[in-house]
Design a protein around this ligand. Structure first.
Ligand code: GL2
Length: 791
């Protein structure tokens, strides 16, 4: 390996060892690893083709993959070999591995889920492609300027992305705009604008390198590189206009999470990657099989949210306009291929596009949508409309064109049936199914937590990594003193490592024996970072009032970005930073309470924070968080959860046991009832002197003396428009936090509760989730059978 690295350094990067930077070493090592992936990857593709396996196509606007190097190393089982080789070359292994940019091609949970699914599909040996967009700029970089969020462009592609293979030969022309002509019965779309989608393939090889799938991301290029005529005239701007326009489509990731963003460019992005993907899989099918009517036997297309919902009309368009099928047959055939995952009930996140915009950008698709709507209404009169109030409703479209629709936790699926799709569920009672989310144990335990991984492997061997339910055997160790001590030791070493990092990056010294209480996720009103902060201020007050009490030392850690246009979320960030500044400077709570908010939360930061957490904050307003997946990562890594009965929290609590979970707050149905009570938030505030005091302090500018009015908007919102019931759940949350304080004082008991969490989380492996999709939705090859059949 050492020689291979030197060879790659020299012949692929043109550097010799004396002149190589950390980045050069990292690229050389990555290229050597990539070489090792290629054989299994190509072999898997060949086997899928020879066996005519059904392939899964996972269409997602987002793949939040983060860094890949450690995944590649550990999935190939090369941990020791890679380290030895790098060290023998006199280089710092950890520095090299940490040099890789974090590929932030997603916003949050939805994008990270797609990345976890890719890992599980490969581990299970299910032939699959992930299809998405190769954004030039991923999610913006966050910094704090005087406590306020500032955004700057992310530039992961400023260096070569070593894992990918550019496929200049894989190109599809994607049209926009224009008109539709008719010849006899046959329609032809004449777009007036074209871009080319070019594929970039990243191999995704599963655990132990037995099977490899492809993540194919599309980049938009102009049909003609530039206009020679304008160039020759000296008009250089006009000459490169078409290039600039085309490239805009894959330029940046929209930074919105769970809010709709009705921008034309967004619709173009959605159509761009969806159409390229559908054309790509159709070409593959026609080459391999040749019978268009056999498509559903070979193809399972999963739509990750409504973003690729245009897949339905696009597939119908190709079947009717290019392959000559009748409309009704085309709709039925397309539906047999398609399935749709709903990831949120928030009404503001359900995509709707104005018909006028659709007519301008995708005229033929709008015609087809009208036909789909007509067919649906003819078969089920009074069915909810896809076209409504001048909008194309993408949720209804996705539902009608899918043979299965799934929610992402038991509670969420139940609410999907009762609320957003109640009427469609009545008409199609077997279409909605549940697939509770999961996380890949390769990254979220084996990779990010070596201390705990090694302890578990000493006990169980290493087969748990691809069979996470084996962790249940650890339950027997809950009263084993020496094991509990080792478990505590692993957590403590992670906390020490995190403290060192926080002291370097934020300049705040932490006590590793304090309770590390962590809330990391997008900043959103429904996730209620604000409630966490109000509780922190209340705790600060009480510590100052009663300094002699035996307080449990706490470190409150926040991480997360606010969508740049989401004013309230940005105000919450500002308030957290303001409170942190005052509390951290207060000698009265020194060693007892610290607040840290490291900027630019991303996957890499999550990998540092999660293994070091004692308490996981999962405190969304019940009924609002579809599932959550961070909640699973914390529990797997031995944190206790403080949480509401929301999303997958419900199932986590069922698995780990109610005695090992800090539950508080209103239930989803109580939330609905409470909202109907007039003046509920004022009543809640009046009933809570503790909360009143905190709100008063913030209002008076206690934390923003330089600008005392700064947080008036937030406080006013809590009094008058507390849609997410921060005020109503506050007291119950505060009391539960104090209960956690008491439990934490008995560290042995805490550790045994934490162990019960780790030991009970096997079911939350994304391998289980993917097996569920394969069985209930895709009818794809049973896991591993692809391997076995060809073995
Ligand atoms: C989300 C949900 O908010 C989150 O609860 C869920 O875990 C993930 C994955 O299913 O999907 N929906 C959504 O639009 N985003 C999410 O994270 N961005």
């Amino acid at each position: 390996m050492k020689n291979d690295i030197l060879k790659r350094l020299r012949y692929s990067l043109g550097k010799d060892a004396g002149a190589a930077s950390v980045q050069d070493w990292r690229m050389a090592l990555s290229l050597v690893l990539r070489d090792q992936l290629v054989d299994v990857w190509l072999d898997s593709a060949r086997r899928a083709e020879v066996n005519a396996s059904k392939r899964v196509y996972y269409l997602s606007m987002e793949f939040l993959i983060g860094r890949l190097i450690e995944d590649m190393i550990s999935n190939l089982g090369l941990d020791a070999a890679a380290r030895d080789a790098v060290e023998a070359l006199g280089q710092d292994y950890d520095m090299i591995v940490h040099d890789e940019p974090d590929a932030a091609l997603g916003n949050g949970g939805l994008g990270r889920l797609a990345a976890c699914f890719m890992d599980s599909l490969a581990t299970l040996g299910i032939p699959a492609f992930g299809y998405g967009i190769r954004y030039e700029h991923g999610l913006f970089e966050q910094s704090f300027v005087d406590g306020a969020q500032a955004e700057s462009p992310e530039t992961w592609l400023s260096q070569r992305h070593v894992w990918e293979f550019e496929r200049p030969e894989v190109q599809h022309r994607i049209g926009f705009g224009g008109h539709v002509s008719r010849d006899g019965g046959r329609a032809t779309w004449h777009p007036d604008n074209m871009v080319v989608a070019t594929g970039y393939d990243t191999p995704v090889v599963g655990w132990q390198g037995e099977w490899g799938n492809t993540l194919r991301l599309w980049s938009a290029k102009p049909v003609n590189p530039f206009d020679l005529e304008s160039f020759n005239r000296g008009d250089y701007l006009a000459a490169s206009r078409s290039e600039a326009l085309a490239r805009t489509i894959s330029r940046v990731l929209y930074p919105d999470d769970t809010t709709e963003n009705g921008k034309e460019l967004r619709l173009k992005q959605e159509y761009f990657f969806t159409a390229a993907s559908i054309m790509d899989l159709m070409c593959r099918h026609m080459e391999e099989d040749g019978d268009i009517r056999a498509l559903p036997e070979h193809v399972a297309i999963q739509l990750n949210d409504t973003h690729p919902a245009i897949a339905g009309p696009e597939l119908v368009r190709l079947l009717v306009d290019d392959h000559g099928l009748a409309m009704a047959e085309a709709i039925t055939l397309a539906r047999r291929c398609l399935a749709y995952t709903n990831h949120t009930l928030l009404p503001e996140a359900l995509e709707r596009w104005p018909e006028g915009l659709f007519a301008r950008v995708l005229p033929r698709h709008l015609e087809i949508i009208r036909e789909i709507e007509a067919a649906q209404q003819a078969e089920f009169p009074g069915s909810p409309h896809i076209l409504e109030h001048g909008d194309v409703c993408m949720g209804e479209l996705a539902f009608v064109m899918a043979h299965k629709v799934n929610g992402v936790s038991a509670l969420h699926t139940d609410l999907v049936k009762k609320t957003v799709f109640a009427e469609l569920h009545r008409i199609h009672p077997t279409r909605i199914v549940n697939q509770t989310n999961g996380i890949t144990p390769r990254r979220w335990l084996h990779g990010c937590n070596p201390a705990l991984r090694d302890l578990i492997t000493q006990q169980l061997g290493d087969t748990w990594v691809s069979d996470l339910e084996q962790l249940a055997a650890l339950k027997a160790k809950r009263s084993d003193t020496s094991f509990i001590q080792a478990f505590q030791q692993a957590k403590r070493s992670n906390k020490v490592a995190l403290s060192n990092w926080i002291s370097e990056t934020c300049g705040v010294a932490l006590d590793p024996d304090a309770m590390f209480d962590v809330q990391i996720k997008r900043i959103h009103e429904y996730k209620r970072q604000l409630m966490n902060l109000l509780e922190t201020v209340a705790l600060w007050n009480e510590m100052r009032d009663d300094p002699d009490r035996d307080w449990t030392p706490r470190v409150k850690i926040f991480g997360g970005k606010a969508a740049p246009g989401y004013v309230l979320a940005k105000q919450i960030i500002h308030l957290i930073n303001d409170v942190a500044r005052v509390v951290n400077a207060d000698p009265a709570t020194k060693g007892r309470l610290r607040i840290v908010f490291p900027p630019n939360y991303n996957v890499t930061m999550a990998e540092r924070l999660i293994p070091a957490a004692d308490l996981s904050e999962q405190i969304s307003t019940a009924g609002k968080e579809a599932s959550g997946t961070g909640n699973m990562k914390f529990a797997l890594n031995g944190a206790l959860t403080i949480g509401t009965l929301d999303g997958a929290n419900v199932e986590i609590r069922d698995h780990v046991g109610s005695e090992n979970f800090f539950l508080f707050g209103l239930t989803a149905s109580e939330v609905v009832d409470r909202r109907h009570q007039h003046g509920f938030s004022r009543a809640a505030i009046e009933a809570s002197p503790r909360l009143q005091r905190v709100l008063g302090q913030i209002f008076e500018g206690r934390f923003s003396p330089e600008d005392p009015h700064r947080h008036h908007g937030l406080i006013g919102m809590l009094y008058d428009h507390d849609h997410f019931l921060v005020t109503c759940d506050f007291d119950s949350y505060y009391d539960t936090q104090r209960r956690a304080d008491v439990v934490f004082q008995n560290s042995r008991n805490w550790a045994s509760m934490a162990l019960m969490n780790t030991a009970s989380m096997g079911w939350f492996s994304s391998d289980r989730t993917i097996q569920g999709y394969a069985r209930d939705i895709w009818q794809a090859d049973a896991p591993r059978s692809a391997l076995e059949r060809s073995a």
